[in-house]
Design a protein around this ligand. Sequence first.
Ligand code: AP5
Length: 215
Amino acid sequence: MANMGYMKLIFLGPPGSGKGTLAARVVDILKVPHISTGAIFRAAIATKSFLGLRVKAIIDAGHLVSDRITIEMVKERLAQADARQGYILDGFPRTIPQAEALDGFSTVDKAVDLDLSDALVLERLSGRRICRKCGFTYHATFNPPKKADICDTCGGEIYTRDDDREKAIQERLEVYREQTAPLIDYYRKKGLLVEVDARPTVDLVVENFRKALGL
Ligand code: AP5
């Protein structure tokens, strides 16, 4: 894949549409950091930091962390040296106020929307498994580890996220429809929206992404 220079990308799309999986596949090629707000929150929960203790119940229930906390966290992260030239922001912004705040402290080159139906979201999230040590994402059916419950790459333990239970998934989809889906129009009106069909295999989604961005 040709590198077309540093880009500031945001990944939109419902929970489980494959934002993290796609980001992990293209991050080395784009040579920008992959910044996932969900991953930052989960790391804070794992270390039982003040932030982690505040957000754990909210995330497990499938609700959104407050705009104030999230915006502040992203603003600090984007000020770090590795993110100044470009980044993939995965899972931020998720509300109109977050998008407006981002406009105040960064420019965005493209907003990539990964489109997937609720039925496929449910199938992907209920089968998702993650390595506790290195964070690699598996799927029980589509991409299982070679040995059950053990990470192929680092030998870490594989677990299911607390917010990947059906009740929390339904809540996340509801929150997505109400608060995050309006961002599609927000970025379309700015002429920044790039739509990628998230239904095919991971290799094809990477290919669709590449074509959609003209890489
Ligand atoms: P976050 O971690 O961002 O969760 P999410 O948006 O719900 O996204 P996911 O990580 O669930 O899915 P994904 O799209 O990355 O899919 P993945 O690649 O894993 O956020 C978690 C929580 O943190 C939020 O609910 C909220 O509480 C809080 N939060 C985060 N950001 C916030 C913000 N900005 N404001 C407020 N609160 C915030 O893929 C899913 C599965 O499908 C995997 O098993 C994978 O192997 C498989 N898969 C992927 N692609 C394919 C494919 N093409 N074919 C088959 N299987 C595939």
